[in-house]
Design a protein around this ligand. Sequence first.
Ligand SMILES: Cc1cc2nc3c(=O)[nH]c(=O)nc-3n(C[C@H](O)[C@H](O)[C@H](O)COP(=O)(O)OP(=O)(O)OC[C@H]3O[C@@H](n4cnc5c(N)ncnc54)[C@H](O)[C@@H]3O)c2cc1C
Length: 372
Amino acid sequence: MLLNPRLVKESFAFIEPAAVPAATYFYGRLFAESPHLRGMFPPAMDVQRDRLFSALTRIVWSVDSPATLASYLGQLGRDHRKYGVLAEHYSAVGNALIATARRFAAEIWSTEMEAAWVAAYRAAADLMIEAARSDEGVAPAWWPAEVIDHECRTADIAVITLRPAQPLPYQPGQYVNVQTARWPRVWRAFSIANAPRADGTMRLHVRAVPGGWVSGTLVRHTRAGDTVTLGPAMGGMTPSHDTGRDILAVAGGTGLAPLKAIVEHVIRSGHRPAIHLLYGARRTGELYDLPDLDRMRAGYPSLRVLPVISDQPGYDGVRGRLPDVVGRFRSWREHVAYVCGPSAMVNETVRRLQQGGMPLTRIHRDTVPGEP
Ligand SMILES: Cc1cc2nc3c(=O)[nH]c(=O)nc-3n(C[C@H](O)[C@H](O)[C@H](O)COP(=O)(O)OP(=O)(O)OC[C@H]3O[C@@H](n4cnc5c(N)ncnc54)[C@H](O)[C@@H]3O)c2cc1C
């Protein structure tokens, strides 16, 4: 059966605007046909539905970029080991997915389209299954990790240091999914805020969102000595191979975490680029990591840290929204950029950098959806 990216994309354009009902239908169908799979998922399915759709969107739109897709599906396959997903579960998921596509793209559905979806799903599932299989025996499906330090930096933000029981390999800029004992089967992504260390410890910067299950638990109900569970490292915003260029890092809120890991890595690497780190918050009290950044700067004078405050009229430093400040500050045309924070801020900053002449290939980005 032949892969036909055009037909998959064409039908997905019909499904995408109906993201919520389509994801609800998908899970309803999956659990009706395979009730034994329900136990792998959390009681509340809202975040799961969003995740399904963002993963599906990403897969469909990169279906004709095999290298990007293979790397993403490999990460996804390895990550799914932590849920207890086995090769035989994939056919049930495939049946529910294709039934969903058939229903929500009914207006244009055809035999060829169905064949294109079956072939695309088969190829994606094979990549995930293969990645999970080659990970078995090499890495655990999940890592218990002890909380060895818990520091409340503001009323809502904690910096948490973890020691995984076994080495957890990762690259600077990646994130891990975290499960707390309080909310079994509820996993949330948090960026790792340091470059890999010899002792294997890792730091997370966590903002408690209002009513947030995992973030609230991590900030307010977690102490040194507690244990959390981690999935494997994921994410593609890793240090650029273009090491000859100066660096611009633009961080909104806890979007600072992965950028700090990348900056730490670059400083240690022995390349000596100039690094500008623009660190945005609404008010000065939210700049929860300035003392640490000052320490980094003291050890590496080519690092310039520029706090940017958007919502405090009396502030006498740089004021404004991060994308505006990036746009008016100077030319970044020759730099490599890393941008992380809320999605609106990231999209707008990337747009400004492109307008200023920076090619998209030199802009590395990730979003922190929990950020306001
Ligand atoms: C790749 C990636 C990396 C991430 N890295 C980090 C990180 O380093 N640090 C970090 O703190 N978070 C990070 N996040 C966000 C994190 O994964 C969670 O989404 C966030 O902590 C909320 O999870 P929760 O379980 O506490 O809230 P949920 O239980 O999922 O949500 C509870 C309620 O709060 C709402 N809600 C969610 N966000 C907000 C908000 N900002 N304001 C108001 N209401 C909100 C939800 O819609 C829901 O109604 C990252 C996310 C991704 C995808």
